[in-house]
Design a protein around this ligand. Structure first.
Ligand code: AMP
Ligand code: MG
Length: 420
């Protein structure tokens, strides 16, 4: 690959994804698995439910005893026991008897159905509900009514979750019910975050002439965190090759899966990131036909995939979205690495320069579908335009004018009305 060649976003993304691999797994406590990807399939050791139990508060009966029961001609049964949830009933139901049973309590031997309490004459007495000696049943049931059988949900030995599955709260619930306290999960990607530039000072410092605060270091660290990755913040390197190299070596020392830097990749007199990578022998490409974010370096530093983002804050964040996010998601084991894309009707005329353009936009839902209006000033230093946006509307390559009313694709950063 000619390292000077201009690439389309697709081609560049393809190259980036080809250079990163799914990370190894680790065993983590159940709740730490949330949002992450299962590395190995999970099979059930037990049936779910584990035993036959009642689906209602009521009375365990033999269905054949109450087959003729109705409001007009109730069937009277002798009450022989009271089974609470968590009990282990020793009793065995014989013909003509019933046992009071609570939801989730084990069905006693000899019973094959449950009559809900509402269909009996059991009464509240003050605050109490004493166990009656006899019970009138007002409805017929058939065997199996209101009984939850073992294995109805999951059979012992069955594979419940396959490798590659993302763990959501419902998967956590299933795993907990199966007694699985630790799961094998793809490790969190560790991403070294470096800001380069002699003009940068830390967020806690007062502004002095010519200096600006390092916002990229924080924004990219937050992007990593939002993806479930671990940011390794390397701070700021000045615009010299030695300073950049020192920080990168520090990152390699502590162990990272990906290096992300911002600035210093353009054609300025002090743009040293590219030469550091060149020297390390690892620049794959450094120009992508996209806006914002044309100058971009991708390669490897001492064997670690390296993404050199542009310095302008919006370009840095959009390039991160476009390239680092999919790479990090792939490393974390996700099969779907891209943002959801929805067709949107654009509400204003748009001009573009022929590069694939990512316009900050607000997408809302109307009756005719999703509509988008851009968030004003699209300068790549205008951070607040990204603050207002919930989407990036994509103007395809080669298109220079889009008329209001045209449908384009929008990459949803948040969903209208909520955050992912
Ligand atoms: P460069 O790519 O080095 O030419 O930087 C492009 C623009 O981004 C310049 O205006 C820089 O001051 C700005 N910039 C670079 N790094 C950062 C950063 N970490 N935080 C905020 N702005 C930055
Ligand atoms: Mg610079």
């Amino acid at each position: 690959m000619n390292s000077q060649e201009d690439l389309s976003v697709r081609e560049a993304l393809h190259l980036v994804l080809a250079r990163v691999d799914i990370l190894p797994s680790e065993s983590v406590p159940l709740l730490d698995a949330l949002g992450r990807i299962l590395a190995a399939p999970v099979s059930a050791a037990d049936d779910l439910p584990p035993f036959a139990n009642s689906a209602m508060d009521g009375y365990a009966v033999r269905a054949s005893n109450v087959s003729g029961a109705s409001r007009e001609s109730p069937v009277t049964l002798r009450v022989v026991g009271d089974i609470a949830a968590g009990a282990d009933p020793a009793l065995e139901l014989t013909s003509g008897t019933a046992a009071r049973i609570m939801t989730g309590a084990p069905l006693p031997a000899g019973a094959d159905a449950v009559v809900p309490v509402e269909d009996t004459d059991e009464q509240w007495r003050g605050k109490e509900r004493p166990l009656p000696a006899v019970l009138n049943v007002f409805r017929a049931v058939v065997a199996g009514d209101y009984v939850r059988y073992p294995g109805e949900d999951v059979r012992a030995g069955e594979e419940v979750l396959s490798a590659g599955k993302q763990i959501r709260p419902q998967e956590i619930g299933v795993l907990a019910s199966l007694g699985i306290s630790h799961v094998s999960i793809v490790r969190r990607p560790r991403v070294g975050i470096l800001a380069t530039g002699d003009e940068l000072i830390d967020v806690s410092m007062p502004l002095t002439k010519g200096k600006i605060r390092n916002s990229n270091g924080y924004a990219q660290a937050a992007q990593v965190l939002a993806l479930g990755g671990v940011p390794v913040q390397l701070g700021v390197a000045g615009d010299t090759e030695a300073a950049v190299r020192e920080k990168l070596d520090e990152a390699v020392g502590v162990g990272v899966d990906l290096l992300v830097s911002s600035a210093g990749v353009s054609v300025g007199a002090y743009d040293v990131v590219k030469s550091v990578l060149d020297e390390a022998g690892g620049v794959s490409f450094w120009r992508v036909r996209m806006r914002p974010g044309k100058p971009l370096a991708f390669g490897a530093y001492r064997g670690i995939p390296y993404l050199g983002l542009p310095g302008n804050p919006v370009s840095a964040m959009v390039s991160f979205e476009t390239f680092a996010r999919p790479a990090i998601r792939k490393m974390a084991g996700h099969s779907n690495v891209e943002r959801p894309s929805v067709p949107v009707i654009v509400l204003e005329d748009i001009r573009s320069d022929g590069r694939e353009s990512y316009l900050r936009a607000v997408v809302t839902r109307e009756e005719r579908g999703y509509v988008a209006h851009t968030t004003g000033g699209q300068g790549s230093h205008m951070m607040t335009s990204l603050v207002k946006a919930n989407a990036l509307v994509v103007v395809p390559e080669g298109v220079t004018a889009v008329a209001a009313g045209t449908t384009l694709a929008a990459l949803m950063i948040d969903w209208p009305g909520g955050v992912f």
